[in-house]
Design a protein around this ligand. Structure first.
Ligand code: FE2
Length: 296
């Protein structure tokens, strides 16, 4: 090209590549919130190890999971681009392949409690589908729901905060205790105590914020734990900057962000969640609902 030095030409090429990358990532960030990923997450009993370790499938595991749940969290229905019909169809498909023992919601109904009705309508549709399929629908609330007192009439699910549900598998006859803990909200954060459950039972805890595991006390009995809250960063940046700059959560600093981990006798699943916080964007963090198979 006449009039341009080699250095200028290289600079123009680099700028064009950067511009294309920005355009590509922006388009993808607007597209991702519409794409629901339905995952299967297998959870096995955890070792008594103080480090957080990603849990891999165990070779000697039984063929059938003891309990099979459908878990979704972080609906944020005012900025959720996944329609309830899509979730209902995922629940029906999962139940058709093998019976589900329960559908479980992990909290954060809406971003703003003033528009909670949108989230409650969404959840009541899920509840209606569960009723038709004969599957119980349980849930807990998240940090965005701290002003809200859930009841089955308002939000469609049975709130299991400070309740214990003795649940028997429809396919294996295995019994576990399913229980939940409330979230205080971010502003005046309190880490509520984990209720005690009989030590001879397998316990499954639903609790919105995964950092709760750092506040378990000696003697707390949590075999399995299901959480959300992190949205897998929602917009993933290099070096986990989204967590370092925008959030104060502790586990992401140890690379514990999404997936199945084990720590000190507890196996924990952190879902990426369904909806969005603040902006209708996700990048490297597709919306997720999961069939959770607990091999207890
Ligand atoms: Fe959330």
């Amino acid at each position: 090209m006449s009039g341009l030095t080699t250095g200028q030409l290289i600079l123009i090429i680099i700028l064009c590549v950067l511009l294309l990358a920005v355009v590509f990532l922006t388009v993808r960030a607007f597209y991702e919130p519409y794409v629901l990923k339905i995952t299967t997450r297998k959870m096995f009993p955890a070792a008594k190890c103080p480090d957080f370790r990603k849990q891999e499938h165990s070779a000697g595991s039984p063929e059938k999971p003891g309990i099979r749940l459908f878990f979704f969290s972080d609906l944020h229905a005012d900025i959720c681009l996944i329609k309830p019909e899509r979730l209902i169809s995922a629940i029906k498909d999962a139940n058709a392949s093998a019976p589900l023992d329960a559908v479980l919601f992990g909290g954060d109904i809406c971003n703003n409690y003033r528009v909670n009705e949108k989230g409650l309508t969404y959840l009541r549709k899920i509840s209606e589908a569960c009723r038709e399929l004969g599957i119980p629908f349980y849930g807990v609330t998240g940090n965005h729901d701290f002003t809200f007192e859930p009841s089955e009439e308002t939000c469609g699910f049975e709130c299991i905060e400070n309740k214990q549900i003795r649940m028997t598998s429809r396919s294996t006859g295995k019994t576990v205790i399913l229980f939940g803990v409330d979230d205080s909200g971010r502003k005046h954060r309190v880490w509520y105590d984990v209720p005690s459950v009989p030590s001879d039972c397998v316990s499954v805890l639903a609790i919105h914020n995964p950092d709760s595991i750092l506040h378990f006390k000696e003697g707390d009995h949590v075999d399995f734990m299901l959480s959300g809250h992190f949205h897998a960063g929602q917009i993933k940046m290099p070096f986990r900057l989204e967590f370092l700059v925008l959030r104060s959560d502790k586990l992401p600093q140890q690379k514990v962000i999404e997936g199945v981990f084990e720590h000190n006798g507890t196996t924990m699943f952190i879902t990426r969640g369904v909806g969005c916080n603040k902006l209708p964007l996700r990048l490297g963090a597709y919306p997720e609902v999961s069939v959770v198979e607990i091999y207890a």
